[in-house]
Design a protein around this ligand. Structure first.
Ligand SMILES: [Fe+2]
Length: 337
């Protein structure tokens, strides 16, 4: 498998796990094509051709190799860092990170539609919120979230680390939203299958996942109840493992009365306050271990067996190639996404 094939198969794998369904991903691509076609010719070269073929452009080859290369060795890390790049050079490997850098970082705001569109499944497009139809309300906050993210990330020196990788000759790929969608799909199916009754049960279900077990043993980082007690009933759960960052606070106005518990990967003080105000309980599935889960599931699906993997930077390789398939068989997938 060469690097281009690896990248293309990751995009296809992502569409398979997209909580909105494959057709929504293809619709995004058609919309971007239209946007591109409507641009005056002199602006088209700045548009970014990756946006026309990849619905998840925070998952990209950010430092391409000089020529077509085979994927034989991968150094895999959750984050990019100089020592991680050096390690990849020492191993003569391609670098694969989860969190985006370079162009993928500048494209991060484009991951928000996956998050907002998936809210439809909670019925958030029905009824009214703050006096306007819920569908319009969601579109409005989605637009603002994308704008704010763009402002945040595009102020960064996004090429700082990729330049270092170029200097030392390390090709670099990031897999962000694609891996997050895998974690989301797996945990969602698992919760639907196990049907936890209390917040404590949610923690126990999450702790059956090997990545959380490794995190708890190695670093004492594990899923925990942030808001509500262990004995509190879960009610309707919203799983929140995708998106360019924290879900915007305003989202709770739309969620009010529709969900009882939210499971997040991380929650800042504002998000906790919004959740508390709306009487929504909160469980935190640890961030880096959730990212690791998504990366492992993706790799199980697309990585040939003979590729050597060197984990570092918070990533731990858990090889359990059949767990997604087994879970899908246990649970009737026609019941919903
Ligand atoms: Fe993350």
């Amino acid at each position: 498998m060469n690097l281009q094939e690896f990248y293309t198969s990751a995009i296809e794998a992502g569409k398979k796990c997209d909580p909105r369904g494959r057709s929504a991903a293809n619709k995004d691509l058609r919309k971007r094509r239209q946007e591109y076609d409507n641009l005056p010719k002199h602006r088209r070269k700045y548009f970014g051709t990756e946006l026309l073929e990849n619905p998840y452009p925070d998952s990209l080859i950010i430092v391409p190799p000089h020529e077509d290369i085979e994927v034989k060795r991968l150094v895999i890390s959750i984050d990019g860092a100089q020592y991680v790049i050096k390690y990849a050079r020492d191993k003569d490997a391609i670098l694969l990170t989860h969190h985006p850098e370079g162009i993928a970082e500048a494209n991060l705001h484009l991951a928000w539609p996956v998050y907002f569109d998936s809210l439809r499944q909670l019925g958030i497009t029905d009824g009214m919120v703050e006096g306007i139809p819920a569908g319009h309300y969601i579109k409005k906050i989605r637009k603002r979230a994308m704008r704010e993210d763009k402002e945040d990330w595009q102020g960064d020196n996004v090429e700082l680390l990729p330049d270092y990788a170029r200097l030392v000759g390390v090709p670099w790929v990031t897999m962000h939203t694609i891996a997050d969608m895998y974690a989301h799909a797996y945990v969602k199916r698992l919760l639907e299958h196990e049907n936890p009754k209390t917040l404590g049960d949610v923690v126990d279900v999450l702790m059956t996942i090997k990545e959380y077990q490794v995190g708890a043993m190695e670093s004492r980082v594990k899923p925990w109840v942030i808001l509500g007690g262990e004995k509190r009933k879960t009610g309707k759960i919203m799983l929140d493992m995708i998106g360019g960052g924290e879900p915007p606070e305003k989202i709770f106005n739309a969620l009010a009365g529709r969900i009882d518990t939210i499971i997040v990967m991380h929650a800042d003080k504002d998000l906790q306050a919004a959740s508390k105000k709306n009487k929504v309980a909160m469980v935190c599935a640890s961030h880096i271990q959730s990212d690791t889960l998504g990366m492992n599931l993706l790799l199980s699906d697309i990585l040939p067996d003979d590729v050597e993997v060197y984990p570092t930077g918070g990533f731990r390789r858990v090889e359990d190639p059949n767990r997604m398939k087994e879970l899908m068989q246990k649970y009737d997938v026609t019941k919903g996404k």
